[in-house]
Design a protein around this ligand. Structure first.
Ligand code: FE
Length: 140
């Protein structure tokens, strides 16, 4: 699913072609016991589903883009909710015409490569559901 090398608390990760990105990151964090940290990455995908939270209705609106796109910027954090890895990922995707779409990333399928740096933190980064915003906010 991936290969990686490690330099202290930093992991350089290559996710295999055709893997689902969010699932592969979650598997990596679980297997390495990383429950707090941050992620950055670049690569390419051929489908991605983004999520927009409407603050007025607190409803999620999901949209899938089925096209070849560059991951021009993947950023996110790793925390812990109910004892499990909890990922919060945002991404910008560059299209064939060089325009960019972006937002909260639900899932995407690698088509080409995906190169990540994962930094492990040693603090506790928890999550709890917040009624007012409808979000799983940090418990720090
Ligand atoms: Fe988000």
């Amino acid at each position: 699913m991936y290969s990686f090398t490690q330099d202290g608390d930093k992991f350089v990760v290559s996710i295999d072609n055709h893997q689902e990105l969010a699932g592969a990151i979650a598997a990596f964090c679980k297997e390495q016991g990383i429950l707090a940290g941050e992620i950055s990455g670049i690569g390419a995908v051929n489908t991605a589903t983004l999520r927009f939270l409407d603050p007025g209705t607190k409803r999620y609106v999901d949209k899938t883009f089925d096209e070849q796109m560059e991951i021009s910027s993947l950023v996110g954090n790793i925390s812990e909710k109910d004892g499990n890895v909890y990922l919060h990922l945002h991404a910008n995707f560059g299209r064939r015409d060089y325009t960019v779409i972006g937002g909260h990333l639900l899932c995407a399928t690698i088509n080409g490569a995906c190169e990540l740096v994962v930094t492990r933190f040693h603090c506790k980064m928890g999550r709890h559901f917040d009624e007012e915003t409808g979000l799983n906010l940090y418990t720090l």
